[in-house]
Design a protein around this ligand. Structure first.
Ligand code: ADP
Length: 301
C-alpha cells in the first residue's frame, strides 16, 4: 500500500474493519500492536496480526501469520486435558462416595461393607486401566518409527490375545475363532502389536450379542500382512465410523462404560498401526456386525 494512501483504502484489499483500526492505531501513536482474527470466509482461518510503524518513514507495516494449525493443536490439547480430567473425576468421585459411606457407619453392616469395598476395587481397576492406556498412548505418540524392532509372529500374538479375552468371551457367551491360514511375521514392537490385537478382540467381544461370534483372520497381500477381526455384534452407525478412532469417543457412552472401556482402545490401535507404517480400516453394519482390518508392511528398509 503506498505510503500516502489513506488507511481506509486498505478495506479494498481486505474487507476487515479491524485491520483498518489496527493500522489507524499504530499510525496514531507509533506503538506496536498485535491482534488475533478469526476468519470464516472463504476458509476458516486464525490469523495473528502484528503492526508497527515504519521507523522514520510515514507508514505502518502489518505482518499477518496464518496460525490456524497451531491453534487447532492447542485446542486439541486443551480438549484432551479436559477429557482426561473428566474421565478421572468419575471413578474418583465414586471411590470417595463409597469410602465416605463406609466410614460413616456402613462398615459395620457386613453385606454392605463387602459390596462397597468391591465397588471401590472395581473403580480402582478402571482408573488403573485408564492410566495404563494413557501411558501407552503417550509412549506411541509422535513416534514416526519404532526404536526396537523384532520379528513378531502374528498368529502366536493372536493366540495370546485370544487367551486374554477368553474369560470375557465365555461370560457373554461369544465364540472366538482364529481362522486357519498363513502365519505372517512382521518386524515390529511385540508389546504394541499384542495391544492392537487384544484391543480389537476385546471390542469384538464387548460389543457383541450373547451367542455371537468373533473371527480373526490373518493373511498376506503382496508385501502387506493383514489382520481381520470380524464380529457379529451390534455394529457401528455410519455417522460414528469416522470418529471411533478418536480418543474418548464412544458411540453409546452408557454401554461402553458399563463394559469397562476407557474410550482409548481404538486410538491405541490406530497409533500402533501407524507406528508400523500401517493403517486400519473398518466396515460395519448396524445390528449385523463389524470388521476391523489392519494392514502392516512385512518388509521394511
Ligand atoms: P471403548 O473403551 O469405549 O471400547 P474404543 O476406543 O475401543 O473405546 O472404541 C470406541 C467406541 O467404538 C466404543 O465405545 C464403541 O462404541 C465403538 N466400537 C468399537 N469397536 C466396536 C465393535 N467391534 N462393534 C461395535 N462398536 C464398536
Amino acid at each position: 500500500v503506498p505510503a500516502n494512501a489513506a488507511p481506509t483504502d486498505v478495506l479494498d484489499l481486505a474487507r476487515e474493519p479491524r485491520l483498518v483500526d489496527l493500522i489507524q492505531q499504530v499510525l496514531a501513536d507509533g506503538a506496536r500492536r498485535t491482534l488475533h482474527l478469526e476468519r470464516m470466509e472463504p476458509l476458516r482461518r486464525t490469523l495473528a496480526l502484528a503492526g508497527s510503524t515504519l521507523g522514520t518513514h510515514d507508514g505502518a507495516v502489518i505482518v499477518v501469520r496464518d496460525i490456524t494449525e497451531s491453534e487447532q493443536l492447542n485446542r486439541m490439547r486443551r480438549d484432551f486435558v479436559a477429557n482426561v480430567s473428566h474421565e478421572l473425576r468419575t471413578p474418583l468421585a465414586a471411590i470417595q462416595g463409597y469410602a465416605e459411606t463406609l466410614s460413616d457407619g456402613a462398615i459395620d453392616e457386613h453385606e454392605t461393607a463387602l459390596r462397597f469395598s468391591q465397588r471401590i476395587v472395581d473403580q480402582c481397576r478402571r482408573l488403573a486401566a485408564l492410566l495404563a492406556d494413557l501411558l501407552t498412548l503417550s509412549r506411541l505418540e509422535g513416534k514416526e518409527a519404532l526404536e526396537s524392532l523384532e520379528p513378531v509372529d502374528l498368529r502366536a500374538t493372536a493366540n495370546e490375545a485370544i487367551e486374554l479375552v477368553a474369560g470375557q468371551a465365555a461370560a457373554k457367551p461369544v465364540t472366538v475363532e482364529l481362522v486357519p491360514g498363513p502365519s505372517p511375521v512382521v518386524r515390529g514392537d511385540p508389546e504394541g502389536l499384542f495391544r492392537l490385537l487384544s484391543n480389537l478382540l476385546e471390542n469384538a467381544v464387548k460389543y457383541n450379542q450373547p451367542g455371537g461370534r468373533v473371527e480373526i483372520a490373518l493373511g498376506l497381500r503382496g508385501d502387506q500382512a493383514t489382520i481381520e477381526v470380524r464380529d457379529t455384534g451390534i455394529g457401528i452407525p455410519g455417522s460414528a465410523l469416522p470418529r471411533i478412532f478418536e480418543r474418548f469417543y464412544r458411540v453409546d457412552k452408557g454401554r461402553a462404560r458399563e463394559e469397562g472401556g476407557t474410550g482409548l482402545g481404538l486410538a491405541i490401535v490406530k497409533h500402533v498401526a501407524q507406528a508400523h507404517q500401517g493403517r486400519v480400516e473398518v466396515e460395519s453394519e448396524l445390528g449385523k456386525g463389524s470388521t476391523f482390518r489392519v494392514l502392516l508392511p512385512t518388509e521394511r528398509s
